[in-house]
Design a protein around this ligand. Structure first.
Ligand SMILES: *[C@@H]1O[C@H](CO)[C@@H](O)[C@H](O)[C@H]1NC(C)=O
Ligand SMILES: *[C@@H]1O[C@H](CO)[C@@H](O)[C@H](O)[C@H]1NC(C)=O
Length: 215
């Protein structure tokens, strides 16, 4: 389990910092590992909708998939594939068996799930408890835009190394009036849980017939 591993390593790193006086803030969390999957919960403040589900991500293969259940109205499973190599987005409604196919805008790249470019490292923080590893140590980043938007991101480092670009996994991301790309993140709060780098089963990337027919 990735979580247990970084919690233990970070506890050691934080204690070492205190022993030498000042912990040295090292900027890291520029990107996540190249592939992982996990559970997410998101709230869209603009549309008043929230949903939860699974996220599958493989940057090496240029693909991302969300499988989620709306928490408003009738339970319904939706699946959203984003294939950045073919630049196609497939939105599948399982109940209705319909698929919407769209082009991914040319200026939208596969997310790196790291602190956004231009964001500022604020401080180390703790979410949850220190005892029994019932929490996670995070790096907190903030980005303020000229138009009054604020991004806040909490990332948990995977492991320490001598390199400067340590990889992290996202824990919480909060977009408030953000107009930058991708625009659909404008007013969204994300929570990620149980992220694992275990292999993603190949069937996750298989499009249903309703989507394949639209190709
Ligand atoms: C996350 O993992 C824990 C421990 O394996 C499990 O108890 C919990 O149900 C999982 N949560 C989700 C949302 O999958
Ligand atoms: C991501 O894709 C690469 C290349 O196909 C593969 O080697 C790797 O196992 C994949 N990662 C996961 C988590 O499935």
């Amino acid at each position: 389990m990735v979580c247990k591993l970084f919690a233990v390593i970070l506890a050691v790193a934080v204690c070492a910092g205190v022993a030498f006086g000042q912990p040295i803030p090292i900027q890291r969390c520029f990107e996540s590992p190249s592939s992982w999957s996990g559970f997410f919960f998101r709230v869209d403040y603009s549309s008043g909708q929230s949903d939860r589900g699974y996220i599958f991500y493989n940057r090496t293969e240029f693909r991302l998939m969300y499988s989620f259940e709306s928490r408003i109205g009738t339970p319904d499973i939706d699946k959203h594939w984003l294939f950045y190599n073919t630049r196609k987005s497939y939105f599948y409604d399982e109940n209705a068996n319909t698929c919407e196919v769209e082009d991914i805008p040319p200026n939208e790249f596969i997310p790196t799930f790291g602190s956004p470019r231009g964001s500022e490292f604020i401080h180390y923080d703790r979410l949850g408890a220190y005892s029994f590893n019932l929490g996670v140590t995070v790096d907190y980043f903030r980005l303020r835009t000229d138009s009054g938007g604020t991004y806040r991101g909490y990332y948990s480092p995977l492991y320490e190394s001598v390199a400067t670009d340590f990889m992290c996994v996202p824990v919480i991301e909060s977009y408030e009036n953000i107009d930058t790309i991708p625009t659909h993140q404008r007013n969204i709060h994300w929570t990620y849980m149980n992220i694992t780098t275990d292999p993603i089963p190949p069937f996750i990337w298989e499009l249903p017939t309703a989507c394949r027919e639209r190709n």
